[in-house]
Design a protein around this ligand. Structure first.
Ligand code: TMP
Length: 211
């Protein structure tokens, strides 16, 4: 009997959009339904990736270096964590993936999409998430939530125009990939958001069972 490939589920959104509130809940919900799940994040998820994360979040660097380091961390993550899990039937919940590079580096930092696409085609030509939940809030809400949290990292300190561009790219990608990406109105209450997520998870599980 061949092992069914696991599902690859990602969460996205600008800083302060509230996605982190739901990661563990999503993992627990899937586990309660009997699914084996690995929870991970980007940048990070491997010993090298976590070291790169520290640099990425706190050291000043140029846009080329930043983009390549995001993909360097991702390459290691894919090779040692994500692919081995998916290919043995384990589901992967990943807090951010390549959509974040399109939105933050491509849009926020105005690198454009061509180079991000080139790196994506090199490093994971055949892999896209099976589902991406995009947590969306207006800039004012994101800012207000961020101001309430711990000390801000390099990305969180960026100007409003950066956040606006990043959000716009995320929304454009959700429009361009309507079957993969679901836009979650993250100004709603946590309970309402989870009701919608739970329905979506049930559909994903049903679809996986019939594949
Ligand atoms: P986190 O705070 O959601 O863990 O994400 C860390 C930061 O890294 C966040 O500000 C977004 C940023 N980031 C990028 O700029 N590009 C990427 O490709 C990824 C994965 C994250």
């Amino acid at each position: 009997m061949t092992t069914k490939r696991g599902k690859f589920l990602t969460l996205e959104g600008v800083d302060g959009a509230g996605k982190s509130t739901h990661v563990q809940w999503l993992v627990d919900t899937l586990r309660n339904k009997g699914i084996e799940v690995l929870s991970t994040r980007e940048p990070g998820g491997t010993p090298i990736g976590e070291k790169l994360r520290e640099l990425l979040l706190h050291e000043p660097m140029g846009l080329e270096c930043e983009t390549l380091m995001m993909f360097a961390a991702r390459a290691e993550h894919l090779r040692t964590v994500i692919e081995p899990a998916l290919s043995t039937g384990i589901w992967v919940v990943c807090d951010r993936f390549t959509d974040a590079t399109f939105a933050y580096q491509g849009g926020g930092r105005e690198l454009g999409y061509d180079r991000v696409e080139t790196l994506e085609k090199w490093l994971h030509p055949d892999l896209q998430p099976d589902r991406t939940w995009l947590f969306d809030v207006p800039l004012t809400v994101a800012r207000e939530r961020l101001n309430r949290t711990r000390e801000q990292d390099r990305f969180e300190k960026m100007a409003d125009a950066f956040f606006q561009r990043t959000r716009e790219v995320y929304l454009a990608r959700a429009n361009a990939h309507p079957t993969r990406m679901i836009c979650v109105d993250s100004t709603q209450s946590i309970d309402n958001i989870r009701k919608d997520l739970e329905l979506d998870i049930a559909q994903i599980i049903d679809a996986a069972a019939t594949q």
